[in-house]
Ligand binder design. Structure first.
Ligand SMILES: CC(C)(COP(=O)(O)OP(=O)(O)OC[C@H]1O[C@@H](n2cnc3c(N)ncnc32)[C@H](O)[C@@H]1OP(=O)(O)O)[C@@H](O)C(=O)NCCC(=O)NCCS
Length: 192
């Protein structure tokens, strides 16, 4: 399995994290992370957790079938499913005419945030999107309340292209959605 990056987090007892492409056996760790972030209730516009093997297997098979991409961050000191501590998924849009564009979603496990994993996952994802999947552009969106996400995306070079006001309603609160885009060649020129 091709290694995209390796990171040592000194503040977490010199934990080493490998960034790599997902494999089928990661599916339980990937969805465990997703369900945990859902439970936090403030980051993702989704209510339904994913528990069944059928759903997880279908997700992985679709990823391969549709030629979509998922990078994971693996804590080398932990056993599955606890070893998967972050993931960055790049999906196709529903439009045939947007085959040059990937849509990005990212999650890092709570205890591992603010140690550079999000930046490393997105950096790897952008480069792989160009070199392996031949994409030109990446889009993403987040809640306007997600200060950490907004800081990360804008410092990487994503440009804010719009706001959908009150796009989500969760736990009696409306959330605005901020939309971003990044042209991969611009990023590659700045991060050779
Ligand atoms: C958003 C997320 C993926 C980022 O991953 P991460 O590993 O924490 O990101 P990094 O450590 O690489 O970078 C975080 C940056 O935000 C900064 N930051 C942290 N809290 C912040 C805050 N409240 N306001 C502004 N910036 C903040 C950090 O200092 C760091 O910036 P720096 O690299 O310039 O020092 C992760 O925090 C996460 O999974 N959050 C919950 C789920 C989520 O929001 N997913 C994305 C939905 S769109």
């Amino acid at each position: 399995m091709k290694k995209i990056a390796e990171i040592t987090i000194k503040a977490l007892d010199n934990t080493t994290i490998t960034i790599r492409h997902v494999k089928k056996s990661d599916m339980h760790g990937v969805w465990k992370n997703f369900n945990e972030v859902l439970e936090e209730g403030i980051y993702l516009p989704v209510f339904t957790p994913v528990y069944t093997d059928w759903e997880k297997k279908t997700w992985y098979e679709n990823l391969k079938k549709e030629n979509e991409m998922c990078l994971v961050a693996e804590d080398n000191g932990l056993k599955p499913p606890y070893n998967i501590v972050g993931q960055c998924e790049l999906s196709n849009l529903q439009w045939e005419a947007s085959i040059h564009v990937f849509s990005l979603g990212i999650i890092v496990k709570k205890d591992y945030r603010d140690h550079g994993l999000g930046r490393a996952l997105i950096d790897g994802a952008i480069k792989e999107a160009k070199t392996v999947y031949n994409k030109e552009k990446i889009i993403l969106s987040c809640f306007s309340t997600n200060d950490r996400g907004i800081h990360l995306y804008e410092s990487i070079g994503f440009k804010r292209v719009g706001v959908r006001k009150k796009q989500f309603y969760m736990n009696s609160t409306y959330y605005d959605e901020i939309m971003y885009e990044l042209f991969i060649d611009d990023y590659m020129n700045e991060h050779p």
